[in-house]
Design a protein. Structure first.
Length: 262
């Protein structure tokens, strides 16, 4: 989703004040005869309070002053003809779309709430996917199978350390850490890598190279421990967000399927 410049978004709201369709009896201020509706100030106050600020006369005064500044700039922009610029027109249209999309998402989420049963089912699926163990593993990633087999043979010789060969790994992020990937569950990795992990015990490494789309891996397991999954109530907000995002994406996909796109 495109992020519209905050000032532009506020400016379009300010410009709407001149439209009779948005006229309101109660006005927070008049700028050259153009009304700034009190309802718009109240909306800005509501947003500020939601972000942690206290509703106070000082806050309301600051917001009113800010909206007056916006209206002054909008009026001057119109005088200068900036509203006729193709680029500005496109920015205004994008700002309008952003507001409408936000309204659509909020309305859809309100009308399609995620139930407690759905959340618990998602939690159970997550636990099943994670498994009950996590692995502290290392790996060396190289370009070819031959190179990987050569390293495995060298590691079998006394005195050759995994960390030394890891310095030349294609995975530069882990190479600097001796090939260490830290603690992770197998499902975090692509299937061939994950399957190799599951077949290794503490202190073991793969006897044959493991191929993935990234190249050829030599994998070693430093340690294995029981996985402690956070309780349902702790994960509930993240699960709710994930399911809502999936639900909204499905709705968008359905709208696209119905739309005539050329």
């Amino acid at each position: 989703m495109l992020k519209i410049n905050k000032l532009v978004a506020l400016a379009i709201l300010g410009a709407l004040a001149a439209n009779p369709a948005f006229a309101e009896d109660k006005s927070a201020a008049l700028v050259n005869g153009v009304s700034i509706p009190q309802a718009r100030v109240d909306m800005r106050v509501k947003v500020a309070v939601a972000q942690g600020q206290a509703d106070s006369p000082e806050l309301r005064k600051a917001i009113r002053e800010d909206m007056i500044n916006l209206e002054v700039m909008v009026q001057e922009s119109n005088k200068l003809g900036l509203n006729k610029s193709e680029e500005v027109a496109q920015q205004i249209e994008l700002a309008k779309q952003s507001v409408l999309v936000g309204a659509f998402v909020q309305d859809y989420a309100k009308k399609h709430p995620i139930s407690e049963d759905q959340l618990k089912q998602e939690f159970d699926k997550l636990k099943a996917k994670l498994g009950n163990k996590e692995y502290n593993a290392r790996h060396i990633l190289v370009e070819t199978e031959e190179e990987a087999k050569s390293i495995i043979a060298l590691l079998a010789k006394k005195g050759n350390k995994f960390e030394k060969f890891a310095e030349k790994s294609k995975d530069t992020g882990s190479a600097a850490q001796g090939g260490s990937l830290g603690w992770a569950v197998p499902s975090n990795f692509v299937p061939p890598f994950a399957n190799a992990l599951l077949n290794l015990k503490k202190g073991e490494r793969t006897k044959e190279p493991v191929q993935t789309q990234f190249g050829w891996h030599i994998i070693a397991v430093d340690d294995i421990r029981d996985l402690k999954v956070p309780p349902f109530d702790e994960l509930k907000p993240q699960l709710q967000q994930r399911l809502q995002q999936q639900s909204i994406k499905k709705a968008i996909d359905e709208l696209r399927a119905k739309a005539k796109i050329e």
